[in-house]
Design a protein around this ligand. Structure first.
Ligand SMILES: [Fe+2]
Length: 195
């Protein structure tokens, strides 16, 4: 019962995804911004502006939470990439009252920024290390080479350089749903064995 239900769910999902891609017709242009909590606005500005070279383009001072109207003053900082997208931060006037805020981020959660060449990747690694930042890599992921480090808030960051040609990219696009199907099957079997 469980299996046939999962299979149907998968088949439905597969059809749904294909229909969606065909029918939504609203192109999502790209990343607008990604936002995190920060401990200290100036420490964060220094890191993103002076060390990474992103420009502070918007400092939004807010008194009350837009969602609930609750008094909770903060500043919302936006650091912009060349393509117009941003990484943004919230610096709260009072200590945050949500458990886990400011805590160590899970290793899976990270933001990757694109560089144009391996030269730039090595230059960036050297600049970060000179500033006392611990850098891991470059690591070869077959489709990118990447370095990893953390900002002063514990946000996991990556710089990545694409290292593959259009044929590789197209091949991945052509097989992405098939590989996903394989993974779902593998995980389903893994779960049934480890029960
Ligand atoms: Fe990544």
């Amino acid at each position: 019962m469980e299996n046939s239900k999962s299979k149907n769910a998968y088949e439905n999902m597969e059809t749904h995804i294909h229909d969606q891609v065909e029918s939504i017709g609203v192109p999502v242009k790209g990343l607008h911004h990604l936002a995190y909590y920060c401990h200290d606005a100036e420490e964060t500005r220094h890191f993103y502006e002076d060390l990474l070279g992103l420009r502070l383009v918007h400092t939004l001072r807010v008194e009350n939470l837009p969602s609930s109207g609750r008094y909770n003053p903060y500043v919302h900082l936006f650091f912009q990439f060349e393509d117009g997208s941003s990484i943004a931060f919230f610096d709260l006037l009072d200590e945050p009252d949500h458990p886990g805020m400011g805590a160590q981020k899970p290793w899976t959660d990270h933001m990757a920024m694109k560089l144009a060449s391996m030269d730039q990747l090595f230059q960036t690694k050297a600049r970060l290390e000179q500033a006392g930042v611990t850098v891991v890599g470059p690591i070869d992921h077959e489709f990118t080479q990447s370095i990893y480090f953390k900002d002063p808030n514990g946000v996991n960051l990556e710089f990545a350089v694409d290292t593959v040609d259009e044929a590789y990219v197209q091949n991945e696009i052509d097989h992405a749903h098939e590989y996903l199907k394989n993974w779902i099957e593998e995980k389903k079997q893994h779960k049934s064995v480890s029960k």
